[in-house]
Design a protein around this ligand. Sequence first.
Ligand code: FAD
Length: 474
Amino acid sequence: MKTARHELVIVGGGPAGYVAAIRAAQLGIDVACIEDDPKFGGTCVRVGCIPSKALLESSHLYEEAQHKFADHGLKVGGIELDLDVMMKRKESIVDALTGGIDMLFQRKGVTAYHGRGRLRDVDTIEITPSKAAKDGQPELITADQIMLCPGSVPAQLPMVEEDNDRIGNSTTALSFPDVPEVLVVIGGGYIGLELGSVWNRLGSQVIVLEAFDRIMPGLDKEMANLAHRSFKKQGLDIRTSTMVASAKVDPKPGDKKPCVIEIKDGDPIRCDRVLLATGRAPATKDLGLEAAGVKTDQRGFIQVNHQFETSVPGIYATGDCIGGAMLAHKAMEEAVVCVEKMAGIGAEMNYEVIPAIVYTHPEIAMVGKTEEELKEAGIEYNKGVCPLGANGRARTLGDIDGRVKILADAATDRVLGVHIIGPRAGDMIAEAAAAMEFGASSEDIARTCHAHPTLSEAVHEAALAVDDRAIHTA
Ligand code: FAD
């Protein structure tokens, strides 16, 4: 068996793994990264953030061309959907980004291994060649330090019989071969709503079934309610407090819809396809954790301390596999902090300031605390709101459905949370995150000159509104 040794070996080449590898190489560490898939980039680049945003963008344009262009005096006739071209565009974006990681690894001196990594003991990993590799041989790699970044996989439900075709997860829904007439999405979280929006815009009747009494439970309730109203207007049929009893493929003679979903206390639904989007589970099975003595919690998340070190000294873990917000930027930040700590640099992770974005239309973005969290913690706060109808740039975009809300500590005026719903909310939230990272007050934002006419003026205006001195809102 071929053997090799590196100072640091990383298992998993997603946002946590590939970013850790690049940062380690920058710091002069001899680093290797093992990835099971032929492409680096992980869930995020291959079957998550990037392909979903590519389809959201394309489907949004399709809808704009049909319903909004005329408002601008643009007459375009005969708009047709070419799903193959849309899918190819998505794939070419993914390929460009995964290819970019290969190039970065080469330029920065990261050794890449393709295959499945498994801990043999505390400092040895066996790599089994991926199924795709025809002539690969197992390899044995030893390391001074190991970082586990295996990420996550879609969670399954025992009563939902997935066949990865008619009934599948987000990966399936990113590549449907045609537009389903009726698509049922199980789960009203951000993945279900983003992909539900894509297929709704492309012509499907989309029914979203959510067991909870509201969509997106982690979001500020006011924002989630506004979003719900907006999605309803767009034609999404969102049914909250709805429990799925079973879902399976069960074709009936004469009925073109092969899937049937049984609802507790409700009528069954027949549909063409089902997207199961009820969260993600850590991909920590079959990693050899037991062989090395790495502990997980009951749900399989790897337990780490504030240095990201596991129960075994010298073995670290970051990203989705350690739990918390399952977001690519959180995984990347953890990876950098972890590697810098290994190199003796005093980096820290600030979990209070991790923005979260839902890329529907309107977009929804938040950072910091929700109103519900502040109330529960008994923290007094002042609130400033700017509706986008008062924003010139939103008017020129023809997109005034939304608002910015700033929550500031009543005693100190320190910004505790910012919530935005509207066009490009995901870009606007960066200012709020930077302000919060620097411990800014709402007065700091209010005293910062914002360019005109921009959407970010709504953030400025909401900051002024915290002190009841907004200029452009009544
Ligand atoms: P992953 O990205 O899951 O990467 C882990 C990698 O490790 C994988 O490539 C896997 O093949 C590899 N691996 C696993 N086990 C082994 C092994 N034993 N040996 C070798 N390799 C192994 N997040 C956002 O921030 N913004 C978004 O807009 C967003 N959109 C999303 C949309 C969808 C549809 C989905 C599914 C997710 C989305 N996410 C988004 C979440 C984001 O993709 C994850 O939080 C992020 O990818 C986590 O990074 P990671 O490196 O921890 O894990």
